[in-house]
Design a protein around this ligand. Structure first.
Ligand code: 6PG
Length: 476
């Protein structure tokens, strides 16, 4: 018998995806550049399902039924191009190559074009959920041609996470759409992690709470509207005690957050599209800042206040932080969804934003109860300009805002950096403002560079002759 699908690239993610497929009763061909990994997989996991181990690319291709379905799970970038180049000459019309790595969506567009010219289908597929998700059900974001999804969808939906019986997998859109949406998912993941980290820092430094107490507070929040995987694992991390020192784990870990780059891609893409994803931006910058030991060492002696809230001043502050966290989270997600819409407009994808929120409810790193609300908001109004104005969110923001403002103010007073909370509030207020100081910026630009401006009271483009007496205005 031949295999229904093949997986090439058997590091943790690839191996777990192959096992997930096999556990669902699919015959899976497995291949790895160095064959030992393949042999290990077949040796250790054959009791889980049917694997066909392939020693070479040719053997792998020959072991698959037609049209072939080949999942690549290799590092993004040059490694992905190298495997594609190796397989393409061995494939035939109608075969489907699925890149399940964290590829940049522009690479996916390029690859899709090149392969479609050869009569091959290329599916750039975002997969979220880490090792555990890959094995037990990830959230899957496939792009590429609709026909490829028609053939592939049932199998992917079969192995994806399920929420309320619905698979966390849907066709996202043409060519790079799946990887684009996965990229924004990761950007939102960065923002969400940063906000939770700020909430922790405020509870710790603002109220003097110990990590284990904060873990308990997070557990309580996790039983309400903040219910999410990231909240849940944050409690676990905060509860963890380092075996060597007996200290809280969080106190012995170097406070320098690393990144593999998908958050940075999100922000780079947002800059190109002109979408203010300030929450994701601050999250990416906060990670880079934390890693600049040199700057931090140089600046440590700079003056600033210290102290914690006490007595009546501390009352209700933990609840305020919960409110600020929820409000800031709404803003971060609203910005991310605006970026997805902007990407869809730019690259001609038709992306169902409600469906995206829906497939993020399970399997992925940002899975959360809250995503149901986002789906509902886009079902109510598919053309919603921003999630902030949907009734359920605008009400939550209205209810949160006093607390949110207090948290940002107290953070500034106590010298606790809260860039995520602050930027979210600034975004909220900037969108609400009837006038922005952008008018002054237009004046400055016109003054030094004759860059012109528009007026509020009539149509046209104007320039003021700033150097001349009486500063006459001319229409340009
Ligand atoms: C996921 C994760 C996954 C990966 C992150 C980590 O959705 O399963 O997002 O893709 O763990 O990319 O990213 P950083 O190393 O950049 O934090």
């Amino acid at each position: 018998a031949k295999a229904e699908i093949g997986v090439s690239g058997l590091a943790t993610m690839g191996r777990n995806l192959a096992r997930n497929l096999a556990r669902h009763g699919h015959v899976v061909a497995v291949h790895n550049r160095s064959a030992q990994r393949m042999r290990d997989l077949v040796e250790h996991f054959s009791d889980e399902g049917a694997f066909i181990g392939a020693e070479s690319a040719q053997e792998f291709v020959d072991s698959l039924e037609r049209p072939r379905r080949i999942v690549l799970m290799v590092p993004a970038g040059a490694a992905t191009d190298a495997v594609i180049d190796e397989f393409v000459p061995l494939l035939e019309q109608g075969d489907v190559v699925i890149d399940a790595g964290n590829a940049h969506f522009l690479d996916t567009r390029r690859r899709e074009k090149a392969l479609s010219e050869k009569g091959l289908n290329f599916v750039g597929m975002g997969v979220s959920g880490g090792e555990e998700g890959a094995l037990n059900g990830p959230s899957i974001m496939p792009g590429g041609p609709k026909e490829a999804y028609d053939a592939l969808g049932p199998l992917l939906e079969d192995i994806s996470a399920k929420v309320d019986g619905e698979p966390c997998c849907t066709h996202i859109g043409a060519d790079g759409a799946g990887h684009f949406v996965k990229m924004v998912h990761n950007g939102i993941e960065y923002a969400d992690m940063q906000l939770i980290a700020e909430a922790y820092d405020l509870l710790r430094k603002g109220l003097g709470m110990e990590p284990s107490a904060i873990a308990e507070t997070f557990r309580q929040w996790n039983s309400g509207r903040l219910d999410s995987y990231l909240m849940e694992i944050s409690s676990e991390v905060l509860d963890h005690v380092d075996a060597d020192t007996g200290k809280p784990f969080v106190d012995v870990v170097a406070d320098e957050a690393e990144q593999k780059g998908t958050g940075r891609w999100t922000v780079q893409g947002a800059l190109e599209l002109g979408v203010p994803v300030t929450g994701i931006g601050e999250a990416v910058f906060a990670r880079s800042l934390s890693g600049h030991r040199d700057l931090r060492d140089a600046a440590r002696g700079l003056p600033g206040p210290a102290g914690v809230l006490e007595g009546a001043g501390a009352e209700g502050f933990a609840e305020d932080i919960e409110q600020a966290l929820y409000a800031s989270k709404i803003v971060a997600y609203a910005q991310g969804f605006n970026q997805i819409q902007a990407g869809a407009d730019e690259y001609d994808w038709s992306i169902d934003l409600g469906a995206v929120a829906s497939i993020w409810r399970g399997g992925c790193i940002i899975r959360a109860r809250f995503l149901d609300e986002i789906t509902a908001a886009y079902r109510r109004d598919p053309a919603l300009p921003t999630l902030l104005t949907d009734t359920s969110f605008s009400e939550a923001l209205a209810g949160a805002q006093d607390s949110w403002r207090r948290v940002v103010a107290v953070a500034a007073q106590l010298a606790i950096p809260a860039p995520g909370f602050s930027t979210a509030l600034a975004y909220y207020d900037a969108l609400r403002a009837s006038r922005l100081p952008a008018a002054l910026i237009q004046g400055q630009r016109d003054f030094f560079g004759a860059h012109t401006y528009r007026r509020t009271d009539r149509e046209g483009t104007f320039h003021t002759r700033w150097a001349e007496e009486g500063r006459p205005q001319e229409e340009r």
